[in-house]
Ligand binder design. Structure first.
Ligand code: ACO
Length: 420
């Protein structure tokens, strides 16, 4: 028999259905609550609200578990590539060699960006925020590919690979614009289209020279680890915009804006600024943490809206940071500072009692810095990595054919004023 929860309200008793997920997560289904009682649920920030059922990503925040389509993130990090993982997220199953090849070739085909759009990019001031340029350019793509406005089109593979391909070209062009250099034509980048070299080609489009394989592999890992994270702020934004039947590109441009904030993807910029400041001013990391505990500022790259344990992505990147810097023969004092901050924080009651651990942003910036990526570009790279997740989330909303997202509120403003 289906389980229910019993609610007594205003002398009336109603039964609310209980929904159980495949990992045993439980939810009380309140979709009929208002019709039956006149009440709504109140949950500012939606922290206790399941906004959807989803097959894409599973997180156990208490245990620090993350799985894409059922595959543990640690296993994907070790054995998969960013593009194979992207295909897994978007298509819902591990691709066969042939399917992956088709996906990779579609991405190669769609890599060039219309010169008109690159001209628009040139119109931005050189010092414009790369995230402003990225969100504008992704939306701008709709103007050059009006076919994506028809969201009922059957060739979703074309549309989604177009976005994954063009966002890489745009991100590289944005970097080059911000350093006063012309974009590199994708056609000028040699090498076969292979799942493993999406990031190598990206780095080449940014810097004009082929990266060391271990450097490309490290960025591939960063992208893979960022590829999805269930109903976070930007994914929820993407779903919400998509629920209005806005097209995929517009929904992902909105997600880029959500990611921009320092409490979300923008934290990778903030933590790097903090580490640089600690280094430049010779601040003792222990003293810096005193300021955090006195709530003068937050320690960026620490804490998470849902993890109450070590973010599994941070664990992988902590090790990768060490390996990449060693392979590049780079000794970065910021890594030492980050390690000290982590060590002290994890032994301090302030952080322990609040269950604050390093999140994905804590070490990713150190790796990107070693590659020569400027800090302002970090969140753009995060967006390139997150694109498959947003695409999968958007597609799921479309496939579920649900209603437009429309939360309610409890109004607390003035009542019935008289106009003077
Ligand atoms: N540094 C210091 N104190 C912190 C931090 C931090 N990074 N994060 C949370 N706290 C403290 C808060 O001050 C609060 O203390 P209190 O109980 O004494 O009031 C307590 O921990 C709970 O904090 P909340 O803000 O309620 O926790 P929330 O779950 O809303 O915050 C967030 C999550 C926004 C990520 C937060 O931890 C934070 O600001 N971290 C720094 C920014 C960051 O790294 N963001 C990236 C997140 S991962 C991602 O989006 C990719």
């Amino acid at each position: 028999m289906a389980r229910t929860a019993t609610l007594n309200i205003d002398g009336k008793t109603i039964e609310l259905p209980i929904t159980e997920g495949s990992e045993g997560e439980l939810a009380v289904d309140v979709t009929k609550l208002r019709d039956q009682t006149g009440y709504i649920t109140l949950d500012p920030g939606y922290r206790n609200t399941g906004s959807c059922v989803s097959d894409i990503t599973f997180i156990d925040a208490e245990k620090g578990i993350l799985r894409y389509r059922g595959f543990p993130i640690e296993e994907l990090a070790e054995k998969s590539s960013f593009l194979e993982t992207a295909s897994l997220l978007i298509h819902g199953k591990q691709p066969s060699a042939e399917e992956l090849n088709t996906f990779v070739n579609l991405i190669a085909k769609h890599t060039p960006v219309n010169p008109g759009l690159l001209n628009i990019l040139k119109g931005f001031p050189q010092e414009a925020s790369p995230m402003a340029m990225l969100s504008a350019c992704i939306n701008g793509l709709c103007g050059y590919h009006p076919e994506v406005l028809d969201i009922e089109r059957k060739d979703f593979d074309e549309t989604s690979s177009k976005l994954i391909a063009k966002v890489r070209t745009l991100a590289a062009a944005i970097y080059r614009h911000s350093v006063g250099k012309p974009a590199i034509e994708p056609a000028d980048i040699p090498g076969p289209a292979k799942a493993g070299n999406y990031t190598a080609k990206f780095l080449q489009m940014m810097f004009g020279e082929a990266p060391k394989p271990e450097v490309a592999r490290a960025l591939d890992l960063i992208f893979l680890l960022h590829a999805d994270h269930e109903q976070n702020c930007s994914a929820s934004t993407c779903r919400m915009v998509g629920s209005s039947h806005a097209n995929l590109f517009a929904s992902c441009a909105a997600a880029v804006c959500a990611l921009w904030g320092p409490l979300h993807g923008g934290a990778n910029v903030e933590i790097m600024n903090q580490l640089e400041q600690i280094h430049k001013d010779g601040i003792d990391p222990d003293d810096f943490l005193k300021g955090v505990k006195e709530k003068k500022y937050r320690l960026f790259g620490f804490g998470h809206p849902i993890y109450r344990n070590y973010d599994p992505r941070a664990r992988i990147l902590s090790k990768a940071a060490e390996d990449v810097l060693a392979s590049m023969n780079v000794s970065d004092p910021l890594l030492k500072i980050a390690r000290r901050l982590e060590q002290v924080a994890l032994a301090d009651d302030y952080f322990v009692s609040r269950k604050l651990y390093p999140n994905v942003d804590f070490y990713s910036g150190i790796i990107m810095r070693a590659m020569g990526v400027p800090t302002e570009m970090f969140t753009v790279l995060f967006a390139v990595g997150r694109m498959p997740g947003w695409i999968a989330q958007w597609k799921e909303v479309r496939d579920q054919k649900g209603k437009i997202y429309r939360p309610r509120q409890i109004y607390t403003g003035p009542v019935n004023q008289t106009y003077a």
